[in-house]
Design a protein around this ligand. Structure first.
Ligand SMILES: Cc1ncc(COP(=O)(O)O)c(C=O)c1O
Ligand SMILES: N[C@@H](CCOP(=O)(O)O)C(=O)O
Length: 417
């Protein structure tokens, strides 16, 4: 068993400084000999390990590649990504009633979601491996990012989408960036099963978050939040609340914290509580936390307005569940209407997010009402995708346009009426 605890000692050194390790049996693999997504011995998830883990002082530059000392390469296929805002939301902060509330808006990445952080590293690894076709299953954002970064690298991209369940903005992005789009008569989990099989047969290089290098890019969200928060407040946040679908970000943030603890840059009692939020209609991670499972049980029927997190079989659960538990966090399910209310509240303070992103704020509100989150806490909510990703959901959540005559007096009458 590979130790995923915060207190784990630094792993044994490998000659070349980076390798892949199975989180279940500890098997170590050379990272760039051939595409590998799971342990060939036991089927466990893999994660990248390094000979050394940097402290904050070793980071320099901007965006994802500021953190190259903690990544397998010092540059990648970049648009560029990262360096996203940590918004203040004073009205929401007062309404929720916490010491401080900041919104880390990952919708401000080049294709409008956090997936860009994963792709800049993942596509760099694809180049290293010399593959020609990249593929993913997607609820939308992964496909948009893969198409853009694959296109930038001049590689063929193939995406499998659940038919009729992907927001318009995301399909448009994937199409225009040049992906070949296959609409599958099945949900996201079925698409991922198929893409994984295609990858195992050598037909394509898989760039979902099952790919450990995707998560290397995404862990920079954790580095960025901690650095920015510490620079502004002189301390680290108590809690990070995030939407959970395939559980890649939860796993990636936990990995960032573990690496900083190992480097001596973060004390164990300074690690923020990882708090996952799922839509009530797609909540296998919440079930696993509540029931004490080590992995999720697959939900075959999932439904939510937050289509980005309409996922019933989170592949990263064995990495993410220990993270939630070890940091003293929790997981909570929220109703679709609560997600829309949170989307409106964020939008009213100028922060435009897609429904799945607003789940973090909806979850925080629920946990405050339940008394799980204390009023003295410093909280960061992660918002993962931009409002324009899902224009239909935004239009439905906002006010209806009012038809008026083409006449100034009529408009003044209308406004005063
Ligand atoms: C906008 C958005 N938010 C949240 C998630 C969930 O992230 P994760 O799969 O890393 O849990 C996804 C995709 O899964 C997403 O596209
Ligand atoms: N929301 C995701 C689902 C796939 O997640 P991944 O992180 O495993 O690629 C999407 O945008 O497709």
């Amino acid at each position: 068993m590979s130790d995923l605890s915060l207190a784990a000692a630094a792993p044994d050194c490998a000659d070349d400084g980076v390798w892949l390790a199975c989180i279940e049996c500890g098997e170590q693999l050379a990272p760039f000999d051939e595409p590998t997504y799971r342990c060939p011995d036991c089927g466990g998830l893999l994660e990248a390990r390094y000979e050394q883990y940097p402290t904050f002082e070793e980071f320099s530059g901007r965006g994802v590649w500021r953190y190259d000392a903690a990544l397998p390469f010092d540059h990648g296929v970049s648009l560029p990504e990262g360096d996203t805002p940590l918004h203040e939301v004073p009205r929401l902060e007062a309404d929720v009633g916490v010491r401080s509330l900041r919104i880390k808006h990952e919708g401000m990445n080049p294709t409008g979601s956090f997936k860009d952080r994963g792709m800049t590293v993942g596509v760099r690894v694809a180049e290293e491996l010399g593959v020609s076709r990249l593929a993913c299953a997607s609820t939308g954002n992964t496909s948009a990012a893969l198409a853009a970064y694959g296109g930038r690298a001049g590689l063929e991209t193939l995406v499998l989408l659940p038919a009729g369940k992907v927001a318009a903005g995301k399909v448009a992005q994937a199409a225009l960036h040049g992906a070949r789009i296959l609409e599958v008569d099945g949900n996201f989990d079925a698409c991922l099963d198929i893409v994984s099989e295609l990858a195992d047969r050598g037909e394509a290089y898989l760039l979902n978050s099952l790919n450990p290098f995707r998560l290397e890019g995404q862990k920079t969200i954790g580095f960025e939040i901690l650095e920015t928060f510490r620079d502004e407040y002189g301390r680290f946040p108590d809690r990070i609340v995030l939407p959970v679908g395939n559980a890649g970000n939860t796993a990636a943030l936990y990995k960032a914290f573990r690496e900083l603890v190992r480097a001596g840059a973060l004390a164990e009692d300074e690690v923020p509580m990882l708090t996952g939020v799922q839509a009530a209609g797609a909540a296998p991670m919440v079930e696993a936390i509540e029931e004490g499972y080590e992995d999720t049980e697959r939900w075959e029927d999932v439904e939510t307005r937050a289509t980005a997190i309409r996922i019933g079989n989170p592949v990263n659960a064995p990495k993410a569940l220990p993270g939630i538990r070890a940091t003293g966090g929790t997981a909570v399910a929220v109703a679709d209407d609560a997600i829309t209310d949170a989307q409106r509240a964020l939008a009213e303070e100028g922060v435009g997010v897609e429904p799945a992103s607003a789940a973090s704020v909806a979850g925080l509100r629920k946990l405050r009402e339940e008394g799980v989150v204390d009023d003295g806490e410093d909280v960061v909510c992660l918002t993962t995708g931009h409002l324009l990703k899902d224009p239909d959901a935004a239009a439905a959540a906002g006010a209806e346009p009012e038809p008026v005559a083409n006449d100034t007096e009529a408009i003044l009458d209308h406004l005063s009426g």
